[in-house]
Design a protein. Structure first.
Length: 256
């Protein structure tokens, strides 16, 4: 080694700079490890964007999850109440008059849509006309199917977001990790050192985005599966009710 290089290494000023640089890196690493906010504030711009995107997505997904859960719970109770009234033997016209101005659940809406079509058509045609009877049955079925589709669209709002987040949340977190690793290589190139003290802060921030992606994606995926199952069961009940009501209408026309 040349005397110039040895003099540089032994130079107190150079040693002070090296010690100071190491201390700053250690301080930054400690600050990053103190809390989640430390990871955020010490992260690069792109990693901050990834973290913010994951945070906002998580808040929105939990909003959808809680809203859907409460709505399905309420609909289940409303469905039980309606079915008790419907199968209690109350005349259909009386039940329709009771519910038409205060429809509060999808099943009641399907029923009221069918009854409205029935009353509207029956007021203009004679019951003893076979062609009119067949036409009415088709129109009532169509009215119920339209009502069911509208209710399905309402129930499935936000579900595609949960599905996308559950599938892609981890990938977004990995994107932040890749950016962090690239930043780590830049640190190595600038400091000309691959020591753990030099790259640990950057790598820890990168891995933290992966952890965030996993934390955000897993609840979204689990909730999507559970809520989808509950929604599909409810839709099946609506379709079953539609078929049962169509059979009731057919019997009533046969009796007249």
């Amino acid at each position: 080694m040349s005397s110039v290089a040895l003099d540089s290494i032994n130079n107190p000023a150079v040693q002070d700079v090296a010690v100071s640089g190491s201390a700053n890196i250690a301080t930054s690493s400690a600050a990053a490890g103190d809390s989640i906010f430390g990871y955020f504030w010490n992260a690069g711009f792109l990693i901050k964007l990834v973290m913010l995107a994951l945070l906002v997505s998580s808040i929105w997904s939990w909003t959808v999850i809680i809203t859907k859960y409460l709505k399905l719970k309420r609909l289940s109770a409303d469905e039980d109440y309606f079915e008790d009234s419907f199968w209690s033997g109350t005349p259909l016209e009386s039940l329709y008059k009771e519910l038409k101005d205060s429809v509060f659940d999808p099943m009641s809406n399907v029923f009221c849509s069918a009854m409205a079509e029935w009353n509207n058509f029956a007021s203009k045609h004679k019951n003893d006309d076979p062609n009119a009877t067949k036409t009415l049955e088709r129109r009532v079925d169509r009215a119920m199917q339209i009502a069911i589709r509208k209710e399905v669209d309402e129930l499935e709002k936000g579900m595609s977001f949960l599905s996308s987040l559950g599938t892609n949340g981890v990938i977004v977190g990995l994107f932040g990790t890749v950016i962090g690793i690239l930043n780590g290589f830049k640190v190595i190139a600038l400091q000309q050192s691959a020591s753990l003290a030099a790259i640990a802060p950057v790598i820890s921030e990168a891995l933290f985005t992966t952890a965030m992606g996993i934390i955000v994606a897993i609840p979204a995926a689990l909730a999507y599966n559970k809520l989808s199952d509950s929604i599909n069961k409810y839709i099946s009940k609506l379709e079953t009710f539609s078929e049962e009501f169509s059979a009731i209408i057919s019997r009533q026309f046969d009796e007249h």
